[in-house]
Every structure is written in C-alpha cells, then in structure tokens.
Design a protein. Sequence first.
Length: 396
Amino acid sequence: MNATIHLLAGKEKSLKRLHPWVFSGAIGKVKGNPQSGDTVAVHSADGDWLGYAAWSPQSQIRARIWSFQQNDSIDAAFFLARISAAKALRDSLSIASDAYRLVAAESDQLPGVTIDKYDQWLVCQLLSAGAERWRDAIVAALRELYPDCAIFERSDVDVRKKEGLPPVVQLLHDNGSGLPPATLWIEENGLQLGVDLQQGHKTGYYLDQRDSRQAMRRYSAGKRVLNAFSYTGGFGLYAAAAGASEVVNLDVSAPALAQAADNHERNGFATEQLTNMQLDVFEALRKFHHQGERFDVIVLDPPKFVDSKANLMNACRGYKDINRLAVMLLKPGGTLLTFSCSGLLSGELFQKVVADACLDAKRPMHIIEHLFQSADHPVRTNFPESLYLKGYVLRG
C-alpha cells in the first residue's frame, strides 16, 4: 500500500466517530497514484492515521473505510475474518427462514458487499470499487465457509455506474447445480415462496421485510386485504395464511403476479381467495376511490422513491399521495401498513409525510406499531444510514 489521502482540516470528525465514508470534498491531497479499488491509508490534515479505505476515483464517496485498526492488513485473511464474523452473527439469530442476508455491506464492515443466502445458493452484489477489487478473496472466503453452496453474482445495480463499474451477472462457483433455477422455492415462517435469483428484484427477494410480513398475520384474519406494490405477493400470502377473506395483489409486473399466484397455490390456499391486478398503483388507487371500493387492510410497500437528496421533496409528494389515497380507501377501523425503503428519507420525515396524508384525507389515525428491517439486516451504531427501512401500522 503506497498511496495515502490527506483530509482537509476539520473533515476528520466523522471518521473519528467511525463513520466509514470519505466524500470527495473532504480530501485535501492524494499521495501516490491509487487505482480504482486500491487500498489507501487515510490521514487527517495534521497527519494522524485514521483508517484503511478502498479508493473509488469516480464516486462522490471517494473512499470507503475497510478498517479503523492500524495493525490490520487488507488481504484475503481480512475478508475471511469479516465474513466469518457476519456468519457468526446470523448463526446467533433465530431466523425463521432458509433465506437471509449474510453480509450487509457497511453494517458488517464490508462496504459495497451484499451477500444473501438462499438455501444452498449464495448471491453476491459487489457494488463498490473496493468490493470489485476483492471479488476473488470474497469468493474464496465463501467457498471455505460454505463448501456446499453455489455462488452467483447479481452486480447489476445502477449504483455501480457511480463507481465507474459495468453491470455483472455471473456464476462465481458451481457446486454442480449450474445456473440458479428459474424458480427457487424457499421457506419463510412456514410458508413456501418462489424466488428468481437470476432476474428477481434485489438478489431475488425482499428478505428485509420478513418480520413485517409476519406482522401481517396479526391484522388479516377475516379481512379484505389490498397489497399494493405487491411484487410476488409476499404480504398477501401471509394475509391468506392468517385467514383473510380476500387478498388483492396490485402490481405493474405480470411475471411477478404470476409468481404470486404460484405461491398462493403452492401453499394450498383457495384460488377464489386471491385476485391479482396488473395496474399502476397510483392510477389504481384513484380508480378504486372513484368506484367506492373499500378495504379492511391495505399494505403500501413501494420501491425506493429517493435516489438523491435533490429528489427528496418530489419523493415526499409521491409518498404523501399514495398514503392519502390508501387512507381514503380504508373502511372505518381499518388498518394501513405503510413503508419506505428510501435511506435518504428519515423516519421522522416519513412519519410527518404520513401524518400530512392522513390530514389531507380528513382522517387522523393512530400509529399502533413501528416496523423495521429484519434482524439479519442489522443497523450499525456508527452508520445510521444502515437503518433504511421504516414502516408504520396505522389504525383508525
């Protein structure tokens, strides 16, 4: 390691609080000629050593800290130790599924590295220059820790463009299974769910909503349920398991709704219990309102609306609009489960947006439960951005 970066005066404060990001505007000078993904030593303006980081010359986050320990070496053994620690944490949790997040990037002190385990498959997303640089070491560690698992890479996320990296989808290790099947069935809280590891959202499924899907059982017995932005119908499946009288899944994707129907059938639920509707959610909610439709329970689990701070206010308007419409569609005493997975939208601001939506709908409600990402997506105390999924259960 020959390159070092020196911060501008005063810019070391966040690193001294162990926050792992160094933005381009915080850097005073660079010594050496680091290439994309190389390890650099980070120093304060006064020359104090602060950490070892991965260099990312095309990103606004110019360096991501691997370690705040000066005696560490960033090598294959380092990645084995980090992934082993992540494994130990998940092994200590009571995860009611054979699919879970094994490595959650900065939360496991591996910036840009996401690894999900689906039964005998490990699916990786390497989303930073440093993660790209150490792909082989990460794969070697996974092969040592999970010798029976196949390893598949889904680094096809737009954020790689900000790192100057192309999208990559590839089989990294074949355990004899070849490519992942078109549908891999996983078990979650006693239910069977079909996931598409090759083309599905994220690494194949929204594992972070496992606990919130389980919460759905508490509110759905005998109820008419609308599951908006349903994807493959996870929340609707849990509602059906709880004995909902009717489940309506609403999504723009025909393949996702087809999988929702397969999930419903696979778990032995009655076909007449389920209605799948391929519609734009915003348009559908307005249409339902004009038609006088009403539901006992509504789930709003939209995709991330906020891509940048510049887009935050527009996103808030979108969140407010769908929540206002949903509240207007609830029967008296109905229940709304509403979520935001936008990390740039704080829980405080999201609560204000939901409150304003209730006000505009002329229907104040009670927040009766707060929901967050599942425990295998841990929140690290020195990295508040890792708390990205916020949910509220409202009744009124």
